[in-house]
Design a protein around this ligand. Structure first.
Ligand SMILES: [Zn+2]
Length: 217
């Protein structure tokens, strides 16, 4: 089972990917997570990508493709993998096609207003990183982390204006990729039309669609 997952920022892609990884016993290859880990651990790779990640620029194709190739060839990817954050452009999609076969693309379709609503209400703990939502996962005391008692803050890129910009970037990146894959792979359109759908519902929907394609064996 080799799948790619696309979805706008704030769609819960990371959550779905890790649940699917557990459910299907396949590796989750998230380029965002890999970069963050490498930067934290001060590795050579971390040093190479830190400036791009900090400034929000795309990490150059050859660096990302190299990393993804290594992960795909690791033993824990033997049963398959789910790719999150790669490919980001058609060039990368072509490189991926040279490295491995992919079975399907999952496309999370979420209305913009839901994303704006969800992200602009998100608050994060300064100390422990716990995530809250002013509407859907309220802290017990306003502005204070339930877990450690520290102050909560809003990430700069969760502010509505920045969220709209991020959505535009996502659209501009993803449209050509979907165009590229349309004739090549099955694309599973997964609609998320309500603000507080439990992740399990979405994951079950994805599994059903994979079943229909006879990919679950
Ligand atoms: Zn905390």
């Amino acid at each position: 089972m080799r799948i790619i997952i696309f979805g706008p920022p704030g769609a819960g892609k990371g959550t779905y990917a890790s649940r699917l990884g557990r459910e299907l016993k396949i590796a989750v290859i998230s380029t965002g997570d890999i970069f963050r880990d490498e930067i934290k651990q001060n590795t050579d790779l971390g040093g190479k990508v830190v400036e791009f990640v900090k400034s929000g620029d795309l990490v150059p194709d050859e660096i990302v493709t190299d990393i993804v190739t290594k992960r795909i060839n690791m033993p824990n990817s033997k049963r398959g993998f789910i790719l999150d954050g790669y490919p980001r452009n058609v060039e990368q999609a072509k490189s991926l096609g040279n490295i491995t076969k992919v079975d399907a693309v999952i496309l999370l379709i979420v209305p913009d207003w839901i994303i704006v609503e969800r992200l602009s209400n998100r608050r994060i703990c300064k100390k422990c990183g716990a995530i809250f939502n002013l509407k859907y996962l309220k802290p017990k005391r306003p502005g204070i982390c339930d877990k450690c008692g520290e102050e909560l803050f809003q990430r700069e890129d969760d502010k509505p204006k920045v969220v709209r910009e991020r959505l535009n970037v996502y659209e501009a990146q993803t449209r050509p990729l979907i165009g590229y894959y349309r004739d090549r792979l099955p694309i599973l359109n997964i609609e998320c039309n309500s603000v507080d759908i439990p992740p399990k519902v979405i994951v079950d929907k994805i599994l059903q669609e994979l079943q229909k394609l006879n990919l679950l064996g």
